[in-house]
Design a protein around this ligand. Structure first.
Ligand code: NAD
Length: 514
């Protein structure tokens, strides 16, 4: 049976289990044709799925690091052998070019490999020093799985983004119930069907529920042992409020308004190339996309000329040669229009592109748009635009650039272009963001060992890397008495002078420090 047929079977079975369940369609943004019909899982259906996941979680945890690594490796191999099939589906349902989908899937496969390989060394039991006061004890630390993790995902990177939670949660020993975006349910279902095919003996360790926001809300209420949410800050707030009711911990990966700083000594052509990719790839629908550039006076004119020349070569479309596809969520076009209109009303100049009908590359698409002289108070600088737009602002020096880059409620990522390593590192450290790349954009997302996550309105918690594995565990501390000491300080039987003796020892050891 092909994977497509298996997907139909899974969907039919889900509808059969809940014959009254409503369904919803996912459509291709480029053509409007139906990609798939999926059940709207209600609270009862979500509860049943989580119950099955709970049984599987015990089985999955019992496999240990070795058994899980073996199965995660099988899953990775399965995905790697079917990259084109999955990329075709991503292309159809999300709209991005096939080549971009391949890149996204490749990154996901690499993260799966890293998480599976490093779970034992990061989370496995280890001995830690007991310290002076517990010298008669051995001390142990280990990171245990939480149980069932609910993953709620967006549509913009429908494989890479949820896999940042799914791979790390599974590798840490949890079962996962994933609620994909209502705009990309087929991709989510494909990932779960592929899991069942690759890991049949613990098939329920990774399942999918489909539906709109209410299905995500049900997953928060059921409850599960942690929610890993990726999406907008507005929905993140609702998720956190719902999880507060059951004290379910949350990981929030939210939006961004990432900036690039181009310093006096930057390689201007390279900076322009990176800014154009960072802003326009995936139609600008990238949480860590570059939406603002602050370029110093020394490079501003050259940078603007270079960006403009490069942007004019871009061609949105749905064919294989297109540089980016349609907007996945039609309502986002209105947000982009509002930001551009608001900026131009406040005196900004559209140097290329724009959202007027005559600039439009076709229904459902937004032209690559570069804006100059945008006031810092306007929506195009302060709010997440999530479209193929870029503001470029001239600043006196890199310090002013940093100050403006940091003057946002978001703090997801950013980039610095400078040929001085020390200066670039200093700027990167002081950028108020979870991630910064120097002389490139978005690179941190492709380094599995590096944690991924934001500050402020961009959320909290980390996926990827060792921090990403620990995010889906609880630290467990154990002490074991090895040899009884003559004096036990934590006993009513301790000698009367024990406290004085302890104070003397502490004075000798710590009291000399000023
Ligand atoms: P969204 O917030 O509209 O939806 C995200 C998910 O939440 C969807 O699956 C949706 O069905 C679900 N949802 C909606 N209401 C819910 C509720 N009350 N309770 C639980 N779940 C609910 O976001 P989107 O439009 O799908 O995605 C775009 C946003 O995601 C952008 O802001 C983007 O920056 C952000 N994003 C962040 C990252 C990151 O890693 N920080 C990555 C990708 C996207």
């Amino acid at each position: 049976m092909s994977l497509a047929e298996q997907m139909d079977t899974v969907t039919d079975a889900a509808v059969d289990r809940h014959p009254t369940a409503e369904t919803f369609e996912s459509t291709a943004p480029a053509t409007g044709t139906v990609v798939g019909v999926f059940p709207v899982h209600d609270e009862a259906a979500v509860g049943e799925t989580v119950a099955r996941a709970r049984t599987a979680a015990a089985q999955w945890a019992a496999l240990g690091f070795g058994g899980r690594r073996e199965r995660l490796t099988a899953y990775r191999g399965y995905l790697a052998r079917r990259m084109h099939e999955l990329a075709d589906l991503v292309h159809r349902e999300n709209g991005k070019p096939h080549a971009d989908a391949i890149l996204e899937i490749s990154l996901s496969v690499d993260h799966l490999a890293w998480a599976a390989k490093h779970a034992r060394t990061t989370l496995g039991p280890r001995k830690v020093p007991s310290g002076m006061l517990a010298a008669d004890h051995a001390s142990y630390l280990e990171y245990q799985p939480l149980g069932v993790v609910g993953v709620i995902g967006p549509w913009n990177y429908p494989v890479f983004t949820p896999m940042g939670s799914i791979a790390y949660a599974l590798a840490a020993g949890n079962a996962v119930v994933f609620k994909p975006s209502e705009f990309t349910p087929a991709v989510g279902a494909w990932l779960a069907v592929a899991w069942r095919a690759a890991v049949p003996d613990v098939a329920d360790a990774f399942q999918v529920v489909t539906g709109l926001g209410a299905t995500g809300a049900a997953l928060c209420r059921v409850p599960v042992d942690k929610i890993a949410f990726t999406g907008s800050a507005a929905t993140g707030r609702k998720v956190m409020a719902a999880c507060a009711e059951t004290l379910t911990p949350v990981l929030l990966e939210l939006g961004g308004k990432d900036a690039m700083i181009v310093d006096d000594d930057a390689d201007v052509a390279a900076a322009a190339d990176a800014a154009v990719w960072g802003a326009m790839s995936n139609g600008g629908q990238t949480c860590i996309g570059i939406e603002r550039v602050y370029a110093t006076s020394a490079v501003y004119d050259r940078f603007v000329a270079e960006v403009t020349a490069q942007v004019q070569k871009l061609r949105p479309g749905s064919d294989d040669e297109a540089t980016y596809g349609p907007m996945t969520m039609p309502s986002q076009i209105d947000v982009v229009r509002r930001h551009v209109a608001d900026a131009t009303a406040a005196g900004a100049r559209v140097v290329t592109g724009g959202t007027d009908d005559d600039a439009s590359p076709g229904e459902g698409y937004v032209a690559p748009t570069v804006l100059l002289d945008v006031p810092e108070t306007s929506a195009a600088v302060r709010e997440e635009t999530f479209g193929p737009t870029l503001t470029i602002t001239e600043v006196a020096d890199a310090e002013e650039a940093l100050e403006r880059a940091n003057a946002t409620s978001y703090g997801l990522a950013g980039a610095v272009f400078s040929t001085s390593r020390g200066r670039a590192m200093d700027l990167a450290r002081r950028m108020r963001s979870g991630m910064t790349s120097i002389n490139s954009v978005l690179t941190f997302a492709s380094v599995p060992a590096l944690p991924f996550g934001g500050v402020g309105e961009s959320g909290f918690g980390r996926i990827h890397g060792e921090d990403g594995l620990k995010e889906f565990t609880r630290a467990k501390a154990i002490t074991r008495r090895r040899v009884p000491l003559p004096v036990n300080l934590m006993s009513f039987g301790r000698p009367a002078n024990a406290a004085d003796a302890l104070a003397r020892v502490m004075g000798m050891v710590h009291g000399r420090h000023r």
